[in-house]
Each structure stands twice: as structure tokens, then as C-alpha cells.
Write a protein that binds this ligand. Structure first.
Ligand SMILES: Cc1ncc(COP(=O)(O)O)c(C=O)c1O
Length: 404
């Protein structure tokens, strides 16, 4: 069985999510397709992380993974801070009740309007370039508010095995490590409040030994940068990039195997900078496995010997499951029948309702004799689902989201 299915149960009523049959949830939501996010799975994931992370290392949630306001609000009591990537996400973070000083804004291309809102709100801005620093300082002067600025560092190394590389070599993300001293001098000269460093080298990594090594290297880099900074860094965000298993051969990330390296790095940074606040920030690892996308079969057809289940969902809601978000070779996300089985397993292809051959949710998968009216569940759907997908394409009604 795929590791993603470990958390879920089936009864004679089909798939059970948050203690209720999937079919009942679809009715409650007003129809299909829909996303269901399970509070208990979110909370369990945070508890497991807390058990494995050093006590000194706080946990931030990266809202970009799933910005549903109810889900973000639920997590606001359980994590220590939110990472945001836009003024829209800032609104979600602050509405969820996260204290302003625990909200940090990273991402290239922050507009003046977004910087103005973030500075007025008093959140931390992760500076991504020398130019962005000057714009933030100008806006602070105009508003007569001292901006809270941290420096996002583009390290001089990359992390192997990440689904997405966001550090090392030339990058639109962060200030190159060798340019950080000059940026820190400007930050002091412009009278901004220095909030420390942030490093985020990549996303979706399943290899504990690689993440452990990356963490040690990030620790050494920020220690050196901090020792040469005009003031000690009050906060250091070590990034994250913890992955989840999507495909049959993916092994679950062994988070406890990371503990010794994280302990060493935290001890080292606390010795170098007494009182420093330490964080990692995770999006996918917290939200992905708590989410299931439910879609209903509209049509069953056989074309030249191949059986298709045509559903009312598709890549316009779950771009990632169609292979069009971060996969080099298309592979199937874990998928199963959410309605009671009707017959023996058979080989079928599950497609969406869009007029493109890219709208393929499960190619040559085994499902138990499903037909029109039955529900199909796609797992690992809680992160980078709805908001990372082209929902406006072909003008279909957006799916519902339920937090159960
Ligand atoms: C700055 C930053 N923080 C956090 C994340 C979240 O990554 P993940 O969802 O893989 O944990 C990303 C992802 O792109 C990011 O760019």
C-alpha cells in the first residue's frame, strides 16, 4: 500500500475522512469536486514534528502551501509563526491571529504597495536584494515607521535532491552570501531594524542525510555572517524543504534522523548568539497529507480497448496531481476509490473534464469497477492544490474546501 494511504480508513460506506464518509462530506459541501482537510492529521503532523525538533527550534507554517483561512486559523494555535509570500497571504496570517512579529514575508518581486502594507503592519520582511532593501527603507522613511528587515541569504551551495532548487548559484531568491556584508551595512545606514537571517534552499526533499548536511552548512554560513554583522542576528530561519511521499517508490522522510544535526546547529547558534530565536518553516510537510481531493465520475468510456473514467475534477484544481507542477516525468499521485467497491479491480485511466490531454489524474491505475456517480479520491492533496492550479481555465465552478 502507498505510504500516503496509511492515515486513512475505508468501511462499507467507502472512504472515511475526519470520521465521516466521503460521500456525506460531498453532500455537505454541496457537491463535487472538493478538497477535504483533516484537522486531526494536521495536528498529528505538528505533534510529531515538535517531538523530533529540538526544543530551541520553533516551527513556522508557510501559508503558500495551503492558505485556506480556516486551516491557517486552525494552525495559528499550533505553530510559532507564519511565512507569507504576498500581501494577500499577510491578510490571511493576521486575520488568523498570528502576532505580527511572528509573520515573515519572503519572496522576490515584492511591490512597493506590498512593502508599504507590510511595513505599516509591522511584520518582518525578508529582503531578497540590495534594491529591495533601499525601497523598503524609502517606504519606512515616508511612513515614519522603522521597517523590520531580515536578510534572505542565497547560500554558496545547493541542496541535492530537492524537487525545487531555490538556493546556490545565481538565483532570483535572496542576497548572494558574499554580498550580505554590504547589504547589512546599508541596512544599518538606513536605520532599519535588523531581524536576522533566513535561508531557504529548496523544497520537497525526502533524504534526511541531505537535509541534515544542508542544515549544518546553513548553520555555519549564518554563524559566519552573523559574527561579521553590525549587530548579532536576533532571529535565524534555517529553512526546511521537508518532502512528502507522492509516488510508489518514495520513502517517507525520516524526520527523527534529522534531530542530531538540528540539535548541533541550534546549540552552535545559541552559543554564538545568546538569546537568538531559531525557526524552520514548513508548508508541504504540514499540510499535504492532511488533504484529499474528491472528484466524481461523470462518464465511463472505452476507447480502442482503454477504459477511461472521466471525472468532474481535473488539473484546474489539482495541477500537481496531473504532473504539471514540479514533476519532470509524469507519475500518478496516490489515488483510490472513495465509494464502496462495485466489482473486481480493473485497469483504468482517470481523466479530468478539461479539453487537454494534460488533464490526466491517474494513468493505468487499478480501481474496483467504478462508473458514473462514484467518487475517486486523490491523496497528498493538502498542499499546492487549489491555489497552485489554474482554476479559471475553461470557466468551471471552483471546488469546495472543507476542514473536518
Ligand atoms: C521561502 C519559502 N519558504 C517556505 C516554502 C515552503 O516550502 P515547502 O512547502 O516545501 O515546505 C517555500 C516554497 O517554495 C519558500 O519559497
Amino acid at each position: 500500500m502507498h505510504p500516503a494511504l496509511d492515515h486513512h480508513a475505508w468501511t462499507e460506506s467507502g472512504l472515511i475522512l475526519g470520521g465521516r464518509p466521503a460521500e456525506r462530506l460531498a453532500t455537505e459541501a454541496g457537491g463535487t469536486p472538493l478538497f477535504v482537510y483533516d484537522r486531526e492529521l494536521l495536528a498529528r503532523r505538528v505533534r510529531e514534528l515538535r517531538a523530533a525538533l529540538p526544543e530551541a527550534l520553533g516551527l513556522n507554517y508557510a501559508i503558500k502551501a495551503n492558505p485556506m483561512p480556516a486551516l491557517t486559523g486552525f494552525l495559528s494555535d499550533q505553530v510559532d509563526g507564519f511565512d507569507i509570500a504576498s500581501a494577500g497571504e499577510m491578510r490571511v496570517a493576521l486575520d488568523a491571529g498570528m502576532p505580527r512579529e511572528e509573520v515573515s514575508f519572503a519572496g522576490p518581486g515584492k511591490t512597493d504597495a506590498e512593502l508599504r502594507r507590510a511595513i505599516a503592519a509591522g511584520i518582518i520582511i525578508e529582503i531578497e536584494s540590495a534594491g529591495e532593501l533601499e525601497r523598503a527603507a524609502d517606504i519606512g522613511a515616508e511612513l515614519a515607521v522603522q521597517p523590520n528587515l531580515a536578510v534572505r541569504v542565497n547560500p554558496d551551495f545547493s541542496v541535492k535532491g530537492s524537487g525545487m532548487q531555490m538556493g546556490g548559484g545565481p538565483q532570483q531568491f535572496g542576497v548572494d552570501a558574499e554580498a550580505v556584508p554590504a547589504v547589512l551595512d546599508r541596512l544599518s545606514a538606513r536605520g532599519a531594524q535588523f531581524h536576522g537571517f533566513h535561508v531557504f534552499p529548496g523544497s520537497q526533499n525526502l533524504r534526511a542525510e541531505v537535509l541534515a548536511e544542508a542544515c549544518e552548512r546553513i548553520g555555519a554560513l549564518v554563524e559566519e555572517l552573523g559574527r561579521n554583522a553590525p549587530a548579532p542576528p536576533p532571529r535565524i530561519n534555517l529553512g526546511g524543504g521537508f518532502g512528502v511521499p507522492y509516488f510508489p517508490n518514495d520513502q517517507r522522510l525520516d524526520v527523527p534522523a534529522l534531530t542530531p544535526a538540528l540539535e548541533r546547529v541550534c546549540a552552535r547558534l545559541r552559543a554564538a548568539f545568546p538569546g537568538v530565536t531559531l525557526r524552520i518553516e514548513l508548508g508541504r510537510y504540514i499540510a499535504a497529507e492532511a488533504g484529499v481531493y474528491l472528484t466524481r465520475v461523470v462518464d465511463r468510456k472505452v476507447s480502442r480497448g482503454k477504459t477511461y473514467l472521466v471525472t468532474d475534477g481535473g488539473l484546474h484544481h489539482q495541477l500537481a496531481a496531473s504532473g504539471n507542477f514540479g514533476q519532470r516525468i509524469r507519475r500518478n499521485f496516490p489515488l483510490a476509490a472513495a465509494s464502496p467497491a462495485r466489482g473486481p479491480e480493473e485497469r483504468v485511466s482517470v481523466v479530468g473534464c478539461l479539453c487537454t490531454p494534460l488533464d490526466l489524474l491517474g494513468d493505468d491505475v487499478m480501481l474496483p469497477g467504478l462508473g458514473p456517480g462514484d467518487l475517486v479520491a486523490i491523496f497528498q492533496a493538502g498542499a499546492y492544490g487549489l491555489t497552485a492550479s489554474p482554476t479559471a481555465f475553461l470557466g468551471h465552478t471552483p471546488p469546495a474546501e472543507l476542514l473536518v
